[in-house]
Design a protein around this ligand. Sequence first.
Ligand code: UDP
Length: 482
Amino acid sequence: MELQNPTHLLLVSSPGLGHVIPVIELAKRFVLHHNFKVTVLAVTSQTSRVETQILNSVLTPSLCHLIDIPSPDLTGLLAQNDRMVTRLCVMMRESTPAIKSIMYEITPRPSALIVDFFSTEAIPAARELDIPSYVFVPSHAWFLALLLYSPLLHEKIVGEYVDQKEPLKIPGCSAVRPEDLVDQMLDRSHREYTEYLGIAKRIPQSDGVLVNTWEELQGEDLEALREGGLLSEALNMKLPVYGVGPIVRQPESETSSLTDSLTTWLDEQPSKSVVYVSFGSGGTMSFEQMTELAWGLELSERRFIWVLRAPSEGAADAAFFTTGSNEVDAVANYLPEGFASRTSKVGLLVPEWAQQVNILGHGSIGGFLTHCGWGSTLESVTNGIPLIAWPLYAEQRMNATLLAEELGLAVRPAVLPTKKVVRREEISEMVRKVIEGEDSVKSNRIRKRVREVQEGAMKAMSMDGSSYSALSHVAKAIEGYR
Ligand code: UDP
């Protein structure tokens, strides 16, 4: 049913499933909880089959209006060594004229603009139209704090951040160890770093930031970011920051044969006995690491589902723009000889992409070996599943530290997987720790903490919960501008 004179919100998403999925989920909340009309402007990579499928899913049953902005021609705009973030920033920059003209022409006239943090160059267009703009950060508050503080770190610190002897202090928040820094800060001479600083400087030009966390989880970081907080003071910033999470994908009743066979398999396994192994939409690893992982799973003698991708000796985010495009059997060829048949009774190999939220929501899953993408992390925690933190790219090393050392929700290898190959014995030990049956004080503590955080998340999202109230506040502010 078409609403009479609805508040019309435009939401802009950059390519990549870690961006598209939370933007769509945020859009759904504005539609379902606040009766907004929402149009999602999605710049698409057009190289990921899954991305197309997921975007189309919002049209059935037509929750939002979707405008697909095909990826612009980047010929001559990128150098050989430009990495994923630069590519995303350039894509979004080149798409800004198209976004702007839609903003000007679309009816009903938009009441507000929300952009993901790679799309901040559209903020001035909102000002020209005299509508408010917000930035949606699908990650957590500690990451947002580091991002916003980076221009100041840039002035204060001489030399490479990774060469610093001490963790980098952020007022009001935990310090960040040099080895945990986001990829974009690892090499200051790289274009990716300049692009990253540009994002950090543009965010405060908006009317507020929506961040995918909640008060009970990261109250101190949110406090530091708010007006009067230590970080805001240091930055001289008066930007409203709203913890609106966890914004996570809801399980879908997809009916492909894969889902059916997966469900049947999961139904046959004992409660909390399976470890789910997946590295997000883009994660890949070397052949040597993949071999160790296979042996580690086998040695653990625990049940598993492993979402398999072909190994890559280069960047750990090699599959980011091509998710779901490889062939099944080609990938299985990279596994140790006989692995698939030896583990066929306890393990399930899924090529490239799985219906993750459906899997994590199944009672047989007892642990998640994850690359620590924030979306995956939240999907795990909201299902009460402890994690094995295996960070690969972006802000995932910070996430792993947050999960394992601050929040007590994960175990992790002694050395970062991007620095050194994690050996089979350690993998096996971690799997045994998170899967029920292996009782130790540490694993029981982790499982208890996950249940507590799960309950806190549900509370935050319930009516009158902190995140529900924060989003209602934004919705009211938008309506107030009309
Ligand atoms: N995902 C999925 N199936 C897969 C891999 C990923 O459904 O096989 C989804 C996952 O549920 C999450 C998103 O893709 O919603 C990945 O986002 P995340 O922030 O975890 O990581 P990124 O892909 O951005 O690194």
